[in-house]
Design a protein around this ligand. Sequence first.
Ligand code: ADP
Ligand code: MG
Length: 457
Amino acid sequence: MNPKDLWNSVLGEIELQISKPNFLTWFKNSELVEKKEKEGLVFVSLPNNFAKEWIKNRYHKLILGSLRTLDGSIKSVEYVVRTQNLNPLTIPVPNSKKTFSVSEEIQPILIESKIDPKTNLNPRYSLKNFIVGSSNELAYAAIQAVVKDVGIKYNPLFIYGGVGLGKTHLLQAAGNAIKDKSEKINILYISSEKFINDVVWAIRNKRTEDMKKKYRDVDVLIIDDIQFIGGKTTTELEFFYTFNVLYENNKQIILSSDRPPAAIPTLEERLRSRFQVGMVADIGYPDYEMRLAILKTKISNQQLRIEDKILEQIATKVQKNIRELEGVLNKVVFYQQFKGEKIDNKKLEEIINETIQVSAKNVTANEIIKAVADFFEISQSNLTERSRKQEIVEPRQITMFLLRELLKLSYPHIGECLGKRDHTTAIHAYEKILKEINQNPALNQKILLIKERVYKM
Ligand code: ADP
Ligand code: MG
């Protein structure tokens, strides 16, 4: 049998023994490239290192067994990464001298830089890489004014706009720009969710003095998604006091929300009027030119090559959410570089539909649990049992992470879903994965592949 036929027969057998998605993910781009007759050695090539390691660890026995039933002279298999057809790109990783070659480590766009634990600022967000157009120029100008005259000009600065339009980016970039001006300025960025948790925790543990100090000692307080604070009486009150102390001392406050102050229904009147005393600026939907400019900037920052025609099509079709715009771009990169697929119109259409559906489709906790279990080829009950085996611990932590990230489930609920575990276990798992995802491209890829399945179910 020639190598091609031999491998096709092996694939035929393997296909019957593992799930279809796993088969497609791992074997679709595999090849048997060479057989050394004398040594009884065959070489199987895979598109990248990640696939190679995965196949070696999980499917080696299956592959060797199947090869040997078909050809008794085969004694061993070696797995290699295919190197032909790869453009010789290397991708610089922010803040690092290391470069990854595309063939080995994919997902460059998702490699994030480190978040500063003191300020919660992520250096990936800067004013320089924020594209300005008519939809966001007011908000951008207001942020610039605040950076220039901290605490004086527009206080508080309240920025509002729909999901994925750049609020977090602008707030973070403002923090980074102020930090660049002077290391002495004490900045704190926080989501309102975290603020609420802090308040609740402090009250429960009788540590309100510490908490007050933490928030009232800063020079610049940035709270993202403040709309969540509405209706939480104690938190609102605590925030109200903090706000007053900071405001009276000319400390800068920057807030974001998905809607203007007047439209946050449960917000107490006195807080609402506080929000309106400074500057309120909105961010609207980006126009075509701006969408295209965003895509082109992302591509050139990452030194990637994607055809203009494809970028134009993405910019035409994804209109209302810059996060989705990036999501589509990430996937195009993912398919092109990781899976080695050619992106034609049909494929692009598929990617776009899939990504935009993501926000429309309601995924359930069970679907996530099932997708993780299938991906790792373990049973769903493995995820809920009390095992500490690494083969189970990692999938379980990833499940917890995804339940939080995709469904925003509360930690106690997540603990409940995974075998009545304590909520602190869920918090630990979420934070651990969140931290590692930035440092570990392989983990990042696993999560991306699992998400892809979740949304295809
Ligand atoms: P929001 O907080 O409003 O939901 P984000 O700030 O998280 O939105 O933005 C979503 C994504 O889009 C981020 O990755 C962000 O960097 C990117 N983004 C948003 N607006 C711009 C812009 N004007 N220029 C470049 N990137 C942008
Ligand atoms: Mg945000």
